[in-house]
Write a protein that binds this ligand. Structure first.
Ligand SMILES: [Zn+2]
Length: 48
């Protein structure tokens, strides 16, 4: 049974995996594109 809080979720723009809303993102949720700092770094590397 999956019964978690109804947090919104998104797909990571780097690894493509879904990730769920976190407290630390509550003010920037619309801007969050990556599931982790690691993924953000990977994306930056690709662009350079
Ligand atoms: Zn990711």
């Amino acid at each position: 049974m999956i019964k978690k809080a109804n947090f919104p979720s998104k797909l990571c723009c780097s690894c493509g995996r879904p990730f769920v809303w976190r407290k630390k993102w509550e003010k920037i949720w619309t801007e969050v594109k990556y599931c982790s700092k690691k993924c953000k770094k990977i994306k930056v590397k690709k662009e350079l």
